[in-house]
Design a protein around this ligand. Structure first.
Ligand code: ACO
Length: 430
């Protein structure tokens, strides 16, 4: 929990004044504690988009927006991407420490044990129409899991690991099956011989007639991209997760809601929107100058997708890593994607334009990850599904943190009513 500082802030309005406690986070962030504000003064705060509001205290992730740094449970994301696999990072987020070899082995065994989805659930896939967006299927299938599997009941480590690995493993299977459904191919089952990302790629790209050849560089790149997405503080989908969970909804229902929030193109859907934008620029003869001018018009539909961030006012460290991962992968696969050259020129053009520099608008994680997924052969409407697989451990960690918090309260903000005064109306005869 945040530490109380001896200082108090004073709020004055008219003749009256009130004292408000000041809280300090472990990285030095300062927050005005307004929990008693309405009781004391009758006032609420007005903060659309919650841009200035800390909704909770959390130990999971620190995003240093000013310096462009990101830490999961105290470890810099660069270190984790370089030295640990996604499954270990998932363990870290949930348990607050990296696993020792025995814990790692047990976690992996649980992931394998829970990788199949109930045979009856497979029938659900058949009834979605052709071309159904995999994010819709993913969300619906996750909430359906709650009808097949028990909710989290105990806080014992054993129970948490079972629930967490069940979700991590089954979401991967559902994601791959959603893809197979969308291309009209037979499902490929998970294999105990394969590791987390190998299994995902194999389930997506193998078929009953042709084996998918796993390339260790592709596998490792995908694993690192999942780690890049694993958590990011109170982003829109994680806040959704916590909001839904705060009402007492179960873990599956909360994840299903978070998936829907992630789908939006101002959030995780941006990875798909970036590649759409790069293709539009390519069709316009590669005219990045026009794209940058359009983005400055104030028209929201013409923004540079994959640019800007609520918290980062410096280069997003995840974008820097993703850019290098893409570069190395493209070299390894000997790719020459014309969209890559457009992305690089677009970034250069925007970063020398005062409109972007003055507003602190830099590439975010989604700017290069769409190109990585494209290089791996992931179809465009699966990009955000890949993001969801990466973000899942973070969502779970936040749900668990809130679930066990003594300060848990239902999320129920106020509003500033600006509608009509009570209107004359006929009362019905009693
Ligand atoms: N292109 C052009 N202008 C932009 C962009 C952009 N991508 N992003 C913000 N701006 C401008 C705004 O028009 C505004 O200008 P103004 O001060 O003249 O009014 C200023 O920068 C501040 O923008 P806000 O909308 O207030 O920023 P906010 O924090 O609310 O939004 C967001 C952040 C949604 C990420 C925004 O930057 C955006 O729309 N980016 C494009 C979509 C995107 O890439 N989303 C992925 C984010 S990362 C993630 O969720 C995984």
């Amino acid at each position: 929990m945040p530490g109380k500082t001896p200082e108090k802030a004073e709020l004055r309005f008219g003749e009256k004044s009130w004292e408000l406690p000041v809280l300090k986070g472990s990285a030095g962030d300062i927050a005005l504690d307004i929990r008693s504000l309405r009781k004391q003064s009758g006032m609420v705060v007005f903060d659309p988009g919650l841009a200035n509001t800390a909704c909770c205290a959390s130990r999971i992730c620190f995003v240093d927006g000013e310096k462009g740094r990101l830490f999961y449970r105290g470890y810099p994301v660069e270190y984790l991407v370089e030295n640990h696999e996604f499954v270990e990072v998932a363990y870290l987020l949930v348990h607050s420490r990296l696993p020792d070899p025995d814990e790692r082995l047990r976690f992996s065994k649980l992931l394998n044990r829970h990788s199949l989805i109930h045979e009856d659930m497979q029938h659900f896939f058949r009834n979605y129409p052709e071309g159904a967006h995999p994010m819709a299927i993913l969300s619906a299938m996750v909430v359906s899991l709650s009808t097949f599997y028990p909710e989290l009941e105990a806080s014992a480590e054993e129970e948490i690991d079972v629930t967490v690995t069940r979700l991590l493993s089954k979401l991967r299977t559902i994601a791959a099956f959603s893809y197979k459904k969308s291309v009209g191919e037979a499902f490929v089952y998970p294999s105990h011989r394969l590791k987390y990302c190998e299994n995902l790629l194999n389930m997506m790209f193998s078929s009953p007639v042709v084996d998918y050849q796993l390339d260790p560089v592709v596998v490792r790149t995908l694993d690192r991209v999942l780690t890049l997405h694993a958590d990011h503080g109170q982003n829109c989908s994680t806040t959704t997760m916590r909001t839904v969970g705060s009402a007492g909804a179960n873990l599956y229902a909360s994840v299903a809601a978070a998936i829907c929030a992630l789908w939006g193109d101002l959030h995780g859907g941006a990875n798909q929107a970036v590649v759409d934008m790069l293709e539009r620029i390519a069709a316009d003869g590669g005219n990045v100058e026009r794209a940058v001018e359009d983005a400055k018009s104030g028209d929201r539909s013409r923004r540079l997708m994959g640019f800007g961030h609520r918290v980062y006012k410096a280069y997003d460290p995840r974008a820097r890593i993703a850019k290098k991962l893409y570069h190395d992968l493209a070299r390894h696969l000997e790719l020459d994607d014309p969209l890559h050259e457009i992305a690089v020129r677009l970034e250069e053009k925007a970063l020398t334009d005062p409109y972007f520099t003055e507003r602190g608008l830099y590439p975010n994680v989604d700017f290069y990850t769409g190109l990585i997924f494209r290089a791996i052969g992931v179809p465009r409407d699966m990009f955000t599904v890949m993001f969801a697989l990466g973000r899942l451990p973070g969502w779970i960690a936040h749900w668990l943190e809130q679930y066990s918090s003594t300060e848990r309260r239902i999320v129920r903000p106020r509003q500033l009513y600006v509608g009509p005064d009570p209107r004359p109306h006929r009362t019905s005869p009693s």
